[in-house]
Design a protein around this ligand. Sequence first.
Ligand SMILES: [Zn+2]
Length: 290
Amino acid sequence: MPELPEVEGVVNSLKPVATGKTIEEVTLSTVLEVSRKAGKQAIIKGSELTHFKQELVDAKIIQIVRRSKYIYFHLEKNHKNLLLVNHLGMTGAWFYVHETHEITEEKFRKHIHVIFRLNDGMLLVYADIRRFGEMRLLESEEQFPPLLLMAPEPFDESARDHFLDMSKLVKYQNKSIKEVIMDGQVISGCGNIYATEALFRMNIHPARKVNRISQKRLSELFHTVVVVLNESILVGGSSISDYRNINGEAGGMQHRLQMYGKKQCPHCLIPTKQRVLGGRNSWYCPSCQR
Ligand SMILES: [Zn+2]
């Protein structure tokens, strides 16, 4: 699943090609139309498909920003602001091409679900192999309150204090630290990969209860999460599973991961262990992490 650094990579590759362009035509896949008729909302959430298409035609892309693990397309149409919020789910990817056959990887080319034809004649294509991604067309964030509950960006000055304050809440005190740092209301954008790595670097066992960790250690852990996220942004994210940026490029962070998916601890060389926490597989070293 793409985490903050991967989404940052997608946004950075989208910005130069899509900012300032106007959407002239919107095409949705048959799969989306059929699923809607069956009462399901595959990918496009909240609005009728015809409404989604009509609203987006002639909308100008003013700005593209990352917010936690979401991509925000700020749009303007008839002097009205619109916000298209996209989550890549497990396998969502964007491409900027003349024709869809230019998408070289078949697994993406076979799962194209949304196409925006832009006024430069190019196509902005959203492909999603497993269809866990989401697109939501809003007038503002307020229209979809879960967005307002997200923790500040981890690089914001207020983020560390927000994390420390949240970790004092009763509902988090008895939870495992791994579940808490992966909770988007506590820290924005830290998923399984980076939570695993940060805990390993800090020698903290992922199942350790929050109330068994000092404020000082929690503060250091927060700093480590930020360091790991930044390192990954610099190398273009991790290419575990199906992450691609808009040019079809994968990131390089997977070569730097020390614990996620590893059979052996790189420090003491004993076999790692795995444990499911909050529904996600957690790797840890039973000797280094306490
Ligand atoms: Zn170890």
